[in-house]
Design a protein around this ligand. Structure first.
Ligand SMILES: [Zn+2]
Length: 452
């Protein structure tokens, strides 16, 4: 009798949907084919020893920026997806606001053409919902865009933001298409006014929060919820930074609004007080908030209000972050984290008493559910893709971006030097080990396009 499993990962602890289990994992081809009692005598073509390791589902990053096409001197599909694999991610959902942005069939083709053949991990593509491209959304949906993203405030000349009525119109269309509409939610009028008011003062990280205040984000979230309630569209709030927004979303969910919310590691770990000296390297949008607000985000992560974690990975160079004229008001918001966010959140969440399977839901399972990829993606169970992040939960080390696979390795961002107690030892995508111990083991292009 031939061997049934192509691979068995032995002696590890599996993070399953309802809890952890000491068990062996049988893989057949690209799929998980068995969860096996420890001590079984089964054999496979390849045996992997995971003694001492905890096996999480491969991470799903709901919010990735690779800047390709566009500013691919900062990051690109080749390097960015290697950094993702090293960080335990097996699927990235890449954002449409590149240059050109993904707003119609042609620009979708440009992005797809770059990702296909270069991506090491599986990838999904967000489509852009901008002012004036409503007629293109149906086509983009048919091409396989996983969801759509719009901005509720000025986002540059290429990615035209949606005013209130345009948000309603986009929601009607996205609802008809059966997809999810995500928002970068900050109020345009408030931020436009405050930026003009503050710009004569020298920029700093605290002023950045004041110029893009919590109530600007909250107002945009409340509006989006009102419009979602009216249209019945499924919406997603990107990178939530404020507890007030979480409370508002919690109430909306309770009365049946189809809203989910993403947040990011940095809104739980960083704040403008402790990171003040990072200056423009800590400049992201929405801003890092106060330490007190950061602390108040945690209960909403613990109680399940926050559905999933994205990275908002967006590396910039020293030249981007330190312009010659020194004017911080003109600096682009963004920071890298795809190489570190997953083990960072494992470190911090376990310290705060979160069960590993709840964390796995935040980093993989819940995103897969929301975007229609469950149960093929995001969970360790028989029949699912064998997408895995093998972690050592007892491994103290300090992060440096010097060793990142990212295209740019600027070491001035806030996570530099940060202490972790956990590391990604190896990453499997569809049954194949693509990363182990600092080395990339699969060819770029192994990642495949994923659609609902
Ligand atoms: Zn983003």
């Amino acid at each position: 009798m031939g061997r049934y499993f192509s691979k068995i990962i032995k002696n590890g602890t599996l993070v399953l949907e309802n809890g952890c289990e000491r068990a062996d994992l049988g893989i057949r081809g690209e799929k998980i084919a068995g969860i096996l009692a420890p001590g079984n005598e089964l054999e496979a073509e390849e045996m992997v020893d995971a003694s001492g390791l905890t096996i999480f589902p491969g991470g799903i990053d709901t919010h990735t920026h690779f800047f390709e096409p566009g500013a691919n001197y900062r990051e690109d599909w080749l390097c960015g997806t290697r950094a993702a694999a090293a960080g335990g991610y097996t699927l990235v959902m890449e954002m449409p606001n590149s240059s050109p942005p993904v707003i119609d069939e042609r620009t979708f083709g440009v992005k797809y053409g770059l990702a296909e053949g270069r991506s090491l991990v599986d990838f999904a593509l967000w489509g852009g919902a901008i002012a004036g491209n409503q007629a293109e959304l149906e086509k983009l949906s048919a091409l396989g865009c996983i969801a759509f993203k719009g901005f509720t405030l000025e986002a540059g000349p290429e990615f035209l933001w949606l005013n209130h009525q345009q948000q309603v119109d986009a929601m009607r269309e996205v609802r008809r298409l059966g997809k999810v509409l995500g928002f970068h939610a900050e109020d345009d009028a408030i931020i436009r006014e405050l930026k003009a008011r503050f710009q004569s003062q020298p920029w700093d990280l605290r002023l950045h929060d004041e110029a893009r205040p919590y109530y600007g984000e909250l107002a945009a979230i409340q509006n989006a919820i009102t419009f979602a309630e009216h249209t019945g569209c499924a919406i997603h709030i990107c990178h939530l930074s404020i507890p007030e927004g979480a409370e508002c979303i919690k109430r909306a969910k309770a009365r049946g609004v189809d809203v989910t919310v993403e947040s990011c590691a940095h809104y739980f770990l960083l704040n403008y007080e402790e990171q003040f000296a990072s200056g423009t390297y800590g400049l992201i949008q929405p801003p890092l908030r106060s330490r007190e607000r950061m602390e108040r985000m945690w209960p909403y992560l613990m109680d399940g209000t926050i559905d999933y974690l994205g990275t908002d990975h967006a590396p910039y160079t020293k030249e981007d972050k330190e312009p010659e004229d020194g004017d911080g008001w003109q600096v682009m918001g963004g920071a890298p984290s795809i190489d570190i966010a997953y083990p960072l959140m494992v470190t911090e969440c376990l310290k705060r008493g979160m069960a590993p399977h709840r964390l796995a839901a935040l980093c993989a399972g819940n995103g897969a559910r929301r975007f229609g990829l469950y149960p093929e993606k995001g969970v360790i169970q028989v029949g699912a893709d064998a997408d895995l992040a093998l972690m050592d939960l007892d491994y103290p080390w300090n992060y440096t971006r010097k060793n990142s696979f990212s295209k740019t390795k600027c070491t001035k961002f806030p996570y530099e030097g940060r202490a972790l107690s956990c590391r990604v030892v190896s990453t499997f995508l569809r049954g194949r080990e693509i990363y182990c111990d600092g080395e990339i083991l699969a060819k770029s292009g192994y990642g495949k396009f994923v659609r609902k």
